[in-house]
Design a protein around this ligand. Sequence first.
Ligand SMILES: Nc1ncnc2c1ncn2[C@@H]1O[C@H](COP(=O)(O)OP(=O)(O)OP(=O)(O)O)[C@@H](O)[C@H]1O
Length: 234
Amino acid sequence: MNALIEFKGVTKEYTIGEVRIKALGGVDFTIAEGEFVVMLGASGAGKSTILNILGGMDTVTSGQVYVGNQDIAKWNEKQLTAYRGEKIGFVFQFYNLIPNLNALENVEFAAEVSKNHLDAKDILRKVGLQDRMRNFPSQLSGGEQQRVAIARAVAKNPLLLLCDEPTGALDYVTGKSVLKLLEDLNRETKTCVVLVTHNTAIAPMADKIIKVKSGRIESVAINPNKQSVERIEW
Ligand SMILES: Nc1ncnc2c1ncn2[C@@H]1O[C@H](COP(=O)(O)OP(=O)(O)OP(=O)(O)O)[C@@H](O)[C@H]1O
């Protein structure tokens, strides 16, 4: 498979007053087209920093970040804004829906940014929310809100779906159904998924497992025995 993503010697330092914090100290990995990647690591290891750089939400201190053949680390804010809008679907732990828009409007609002967007109603049906389209976020359960957030991310027909602890606020059964939805979307649409989690138990659902430790890559492993999340217990 072709590499869709390549991080080469990526470093990231944050400066707060006089203090410099090294969040990434030389990160290298590749992600192939269509891969489902699980990224694991302790709190503060640098996972969100990697995801934010990949999503064009943060910039590198040094190094290259190839998406296709383009080094997005060289891009200016305008280019990164277009990249985020067109190519990246984000799913966060706490959904981040717009409270005064209903489910359908939340999805349509995000989809309109992208030229190649999919039909918002179709996607909401796909995530099982055909009867909840007119509900506002406050009228939906946590699991339903996360389904809207996934629909919103997928509706723009992104190159990459980046998920930061998407089940962190959900109970076991609801979390599992959200992971199953991501698994199905990855299989059916071939959209590359990068899922950041503390939950090492779900690693078997990945094509590739990337472990991050203290701002560096500890290991990258191709999973020879990929399993559906339905068959994984934790
Ligand atoms: N905006 C920022 N300003 C300063 N330091 C930051 C900033 N963002 C992250 N850091 C620091 O960079 C390091 C890596 O943080 P990051 O959020 O990437 O870790 P993480 O692996 O995602 O952790 P968690 O699992 O707790 O979310 C940490 O030491 C963190 O304190």
